[in-house]
Design a protein around this ligand. Structure first.
Ligand SMILES: [Zn+2]
Ligand SMILES: [Zn+2]
Length: 303
């Protein structure tokens, strides 16, 4: 079975969609910056941006990534649905597409076959460093590659609820734009409030979520520390820990991919793990996977 789907029509459609999901939030963000410099920003717009950022990044990192891609914990049907919908609102593709790409990334990490490695490009073999970083960050999206979900995400395709949510993923993207627009309208009772909500809670938020999440594919495979033996070039980066909800401890993650907890020390901020632990305390999440201290010790690079 091929690791990618060889269908020119589908690939071209994904290429076009890729341009759209990258360019529209970028244009929105440039517009937002212009307005910010001229008129400033209201406190409700900042709160809407932060709130929508946190919820949709949580859907991606805790939902799409730790739960759907790695089965790092178990949870209730309601929470699975909420996580799948919130993750879809981040406009990074449906949950099946996302998990298939991500599992392929782990299987081939930084070797030929990895969809977004800074060291391997789909067309030119080993790329130069800057070209490789560009490819790992965003360039791979424009190539329209589709990882074979029959090979990488068969378990998700067997789940009728997840298949339905996946089919409707453009509806969730639209909802992720509509909700902040409606909230902006309700707060201010003006059309400019609707626009402000759409801009900051929608487009700027998607832009920021995109680039911080993509930075784990680019920066966290190029710069930073490598405490563990992983067989790839993944790294840990403190400065990205907060916006990536803990995923920037990416070398830890490649060492223990099925662990629900990515920050392995008290000082390794991991907001995703905090949420999982809180849900575990409430009994809404169980079988939370954590690496054993002996496993952590045995994978450490000896000085
Ligand atoms: Zn990685
Ligand atoms: Zn992963």
């Amino acid at each position: 079975m091929n690791i990618t789907i060889e269908n020119k029509y589908l690939q071209n459609t994904y290429k076009r969609l890729g341009w759209l999901v990258v360019l529209v939030p970028t244009i929105g963000t440039l517009l937002g910056l212009g307005l910010l410099l001229q008129f400033g920003i209201s406190s409700w717009e900042i709160w809407l941006l932060v709130g929508m950022y946190f919820l949709t990044a949580l859907g991606l990192e805790v939902g799409f990534h730790r739960y759907f891609s790695h089965h790092a914990f178990q949870t209730t049907t309601t929470i699975r649905i909420i996580l799948a919908i919130l993750g879809s609102m981040a406009a990074g593709g449906g949950v099946v597409y996302w998990a298939a790409h991500h599992r392929r990334h782990h299987q081939y990490a930084d070797r030929p076959g990895d969809v977004h490695s800074p060291y391997v490009t789909a067309t030119s073999g080993i790329g130069n460093r800057l070209g490789g970083l560009w490819h790992a960050h965003v360039g791979w999206i424009f190539q329209g590659e589709i990882s074979n979900s029959m090979l990488f995400a068969k378990d998700l395709l067997r789940d009728p609820i997840i298949v339905k949510i996946n089919q409707l993923h453009l509806v969730w993207v639209a909802l992720g734009l509509l909700i902040p627009a409606v909230i902006g309208g309700m707060i201010t009772a003006t059309w400019s409030g609707v626009w402000g909500g759409l801009l900051w809670g929608g487009l700027v938020r998607i832009f920021l979520v995109h680039h911080f999440i993509w930075s784990t594919n680019s920066i966290c495979h190029a710069f930073g520390s490598r405490p563990f033996v992983t067989g790839d070039r993944s790294t840990n980066n403190l400065w990205l820990a907060l916006p990536t909800l803990g995923q920037s401890w990416h070398n830890n993650h490649h060492a223990f991919p099925n662990s629900a907890i990515v920050g392995l020390h008290w000082w390794q901020i991991d907001l995703g793990a905090w949420v999982i632990r809180a849900l575990e305390t409430m009994g809404l999440v169980w079988n939370v996977k954590r690496p054993k201290p002996t496993a952590i010790e045995s994978k450490k690079i000896k000085q």
